[in-house]
Design a binder for this molecule. Structure first.
Ligand SMILES: Nc1ncnc2c1ncn2[C@@H]1O[C@H](COP(=O)(O)OP(=O)(O)OP(=O)(O)O)[C@@H](O)[C@H]1O
Ligand SMILES: [Mg+2]
Length: 210
């Protein structure tokens, strides 16, 4: 975890709007490093504890919530902290943990709903930064088209290219400076190669022979 202080392994996060290609890239990275003999874990934020909460389920489909977005923001920060606490244990015997979404996505999700961004950052400040963070920079319209093609039920936010685009701009605004920003419209092989190069460079720079 940040500066590799939480254990022996590292946390690699991939952020991006819905449909930007996070899960696709993570799957490839995970199998690449597994084949190289690394002990990996693929995980996801928010966790099912958050996603299956009645207030959240309702909000995901309607975009509204009786309890107010502040309640969801607190629940999301709580969920993240519990998840990170579990990950700290996992890091003792894993080389790499790949997280599909992380802190940045949580902050943006609530800043995009008009909550005070400083407050949203404040309640998430106890969650450590990932060791390596990657951001899929994807235009809202591209993501929207991909979500339509992928099929399945769409969340409230996914039904609007404008909301997706607003979130994309906030992700770019709030990312930390070390984040690798990938052009998510590139083909999957290019994205994979750029991500591997970045991760390998991080491992080398920090003398991590995991
Ligand atoms: N680089 C790419 N170019 C074109 N299509 C892509 C690319 N990467 C992923 N896709 C396709 O776009 C769709 C969305 O990708 P994916 O599910 O990986 O996105 P995601 O960011 O995980 O979305 P969500 O946030 O909704 O889980 C999938 O159908 C996937 O095959
Ligand atoms: Mg996904």
């Amino acid at each position: 975890m940040n500066n590799n202080s939480g254990g022996e392994g590292i946390i690699i996060s991939i952020s991006g709007i819905d449909g930007s290609g996070k899960t696709t890239l993570l799957g490839r990275l995970n199998s690449h490093y597994t084949k190289l003999g690394k002990e990996t874990l693929l995980t996801k934020q928010p966790t099912l504890n958050y996603m299956t909460h009645p207030l959240v389920k309702d909000n995901l489909s309607t975009g509204r919530t009786e309890a107010g977005p502040e309640a969801l923001a607190l629940l999301s920060a709580f969920d993240r902290l519990c998840h990170v606490s579990d990950l700290k244990h996992e890091l003792s015997d894993k080389d790499m943990i790949f997280s599909d979404r992380y802190k940045l996505d949580g902050i943006v999700s609530f800043a995009a709903r008009g909550l005070d961004d400083q407050w949203v950052k404040e309640i998430n400040k106890f969650c450590p930064e990932p060791d390596v963070s990657i951001l899929m920079n994807c235009p809202g319209k591209t993501a929207y088209d991909r979500i339509l093609n992928r099929g399945g039920e769409m969340t409230y936010d996914e039904r609007s290219p404008d909301i997706l685009e607003r979130k994309r701009n906030l992700l770019l605004k709030y990312r930390n400076p070390q984040t690798l920003v990938l052009d998510a419209t590139e083909d999957q092989d290019n994205l994979f190669e750029e991500a591997v190069e970045y991760i390998d460079h991080y491992l080398k720079k920090n003398s991590l022979n995991l």
